[in-house]
Design a protein around this ligand. Structure first.
Ligand code: 13P
Length: 254
């Protein structure tokens, strides 16, 4: 089954309006018509609409780093899926490890956010990954099973056509230590197998699974050539147009 590679640039809490627009212009000029890889950038909330306007009519899509579940209401500081749609987002990250560890997002809250994204017609990127302690205690697959099963409980394959997964081992995020292609492939293959047992092999075979954690232009090709790695979710290296473009090109198959 052919899966179009997908590369995301998670800008996290970086860049102001001027910096974000400069980066968006650089990307538009270099990969604005690139279609061999699906490219999505995830600016901070205040930059979403200006960056969307800058990238309008290009092949680069815009997504949000998080959302609040449920409709509008008295939730100071929160942003709904409908608001994200209205400013041009087509995608949203759900369950990023920084949301889980810094902001306390539980597996159940992640499931609610995933539902809100799907209901609004956004493409959710469900992020999963183990910490260093969990890996060293040989608990990687147990942790991933729980994260996947709680987030996807009660779902049918027919609901999940927009879903993308991202495997981001916490020990590789922002540390400069990336998983080796073999380590990442082992986990990606396991995730695809688990998804296959939950939703059937046809669904699992079409599902894209990004790898995230210290992806750089120099290590992206080794990761993307693995059978079950379908792209990258990039943090630090997405803040520089040249390095992000290098990763996008490295991830373009064929
Ligand atoms: P780094 O690429 O900076 O390690 O961040 C990865 C990440 O968290 C992407 O969501």
């Amino acid at each position: 089954m052919t899966r179009i590679p997908i590369v995301g640039g998670n800008w996290k809490k970086h860049l102001d309006l001027q910096g974000g627009l400069g980066l968006a212009s650089g990307l538009r000029n270099r990969i604005g018509s690139h279609r061999a890889t699906q490219v999505v950038v995830y600016p901070p909330y205040p930059l979403l609409h200006p960056v969307f306007a800058k990238l309008r009519d290009s092949a680069i899509r815009v997504g949000a780093q998080d959302l609040h579940p449920g409709p509008e209401g008295a939730y100071t500081g929160a942003v709904s899926a409908k608001m994200l749609r209205s400013v041009g987002c087509t995608s949203v990250l759900v369950g990023h490890s920084e949301r889980r560890s810094v902001f306390g997002d539980s597996d159940h809250l992640v499931a609610e956010k995933l539902s809100a994204a799907l209901d609004a017609g956004l493409d959710p990127v469900l992020c999963v990954g183990e910490t260093l302690d969990e890996r060293q205690a040989s608990r990687t697959f147990e942790v991933l099973a729980r994260q996947l099963e709680v987030a996807l409980s009660g779902r049918r394959a027919a609901d999940l056509g927009r879903l993308v997964l991202a495997y981001e081992p916490v020990w590789a995020i922002g540390t400069g230590v990336t998983a080796t292609p073999e380590q990442a492939q082992e986990v990606h293959a396991w995730i695809r197998g688990r998804i296959g047992s939950l939703f059937g092999p046809a669904f699992a075979g079409g599902l894209r699974i990004q790898y995230g954690g210290s992806v750089k232009p120099g290590n992206a090709a080794g990761l993307i050539t693995q059978a079950d790695i379908d792209g990258a979710l990039v943090g630090g290296a997405s803040l520089d147009a040249a390095s992000f473009v290098g990763i996008v090109h490295a991830c373009s198959r064929g």
